[in-house]
Design a binder for this molecule. Structure first.
Ligand code: ZN
Length: 289
């Protein structure tokens, strides 16, 4: 969809969607359009400020084929803090001859100050297609069955996750710490240091919500998630946290999430370590404290 928006913005025919035939549309098809500039992270890395600066510099020249430049930023949630701040500055002082198309798979990781300066378009999700997609995932990657419940409306992200075992390992580590008693915050934080803090907190929230749902039987989807996780990672519910402890942990996670949302924190940090210690303490506390 974001590619289509980019093409439509550069199309020389004044139609709402791209014509597919004009010089601009043909050049885009061949990847040779001089006014279409794109920025993306290198494999396993983040988008750096220099990459953004480089394209913004090119935009200072007049467009060659279309009436304006279009800068396409793929997976813009992978920008470094520095890069996100530079983008924000660019958005605050827009150039007339430029559009910026930001594509992302996880809106929650974008700075609210950037989001508030964007027109947001979301793809329409067809229920049938989604169901077929997840059946296929379950068939090809049975160990990733839990994604159907944790990311039921984010097929693009799921498609990314199943390519390796990273997300699997994340869920395994987090579920073990929530289900069982024998874990240490410092070890968990060490083994999760290559993950983004956002992803870790989301994972904790998903697992914990499933525990709370199982206790009170409130949501079928969450309850199923609990069973799938327990099954997949062969966990026995030895810790048996109370609803009171569950909600207290949830509160901690919500606090951490909101702190994270006001700044882009790339990987595990002091904040995460503190959150893990809080969870550990709550698991061992009693109601009277
Ligand atoms: Zn066209």
């Amino acid at each position: 969809m974001s590619q289509e928006i980019t093409t439509a913005l550069l199309c020389l025919h004044k139609e709402k969607v791209s014509c597919g035939e004009c010089r601009s549309c043909v050049m885009i098809k061949h990847g040779t359009h001089p006014d279409r500039l794109s920025v993306q992270a290198d494999e396993g890395s983040l988008i750096k400020i220099d990459q953004l600066r480089e394209v913004i510099k090119k935009v200072e020249n007049s467009p060659k084929v279309s009436k304006h430049h279009v800068v396409y930023i793929e997976r813009c949630e992978t920008m470094t803090t520095q890069c996100a701040n530079a983008l924000l500055k660019t958005l605050e002082e827009p150039k007339i001859s430029m559009f910026i198309v930001l594509q992302c798979n996880e809106e929650s990781k974008i700075l609210p100050t950037i989001l508030s300066r964007c027109f947001i378009e979301k793809p329409q999700i067809n229920r049938d297609q989604l169901q077929k997609f997840f059946s296929k995932i379950e068939q090809l990657h049975p160990h990733y069955k839990f994604l159907k419940y944790t990311h039921c409306e984010q097929p693009l992200l799921v498609d990314d996750f199943v390519k390796d075992k990273r997300t699997y390992e994340l869920y395994k580590t987090v579920a073990q710490s929530l289900w069982q008693r024998n874990w240490q915050p410092i070890h968990v934080s060490e083994s999760l240091k290559s993950y983004q803090a956002h992803d870790i907190i989301d994972c904790y929230t998903n697992c914990l919500t499933s525990m709370l749902a199982k206790k009170s039987n409130i949501s079928e989807r969450e309850t199923k998630l609990f069973d799938v996780i327990q099954d997949e990672f062969e966990l026995d519910d030895s810790l048996k946290i109370s609803a009171w402890q569950g909600f207290k942990i949830l509160n901690t996670l919500i606090d951490t999430k909101s702190t994270l949302s006001s700044t882009v924190v790339a990987t595990g940090s002091y904040l995460l370590e503190r959150t893990l210690i809080d969870i550990w303490n709550i698991q061992r506390s009693t109601h009277s404290q």
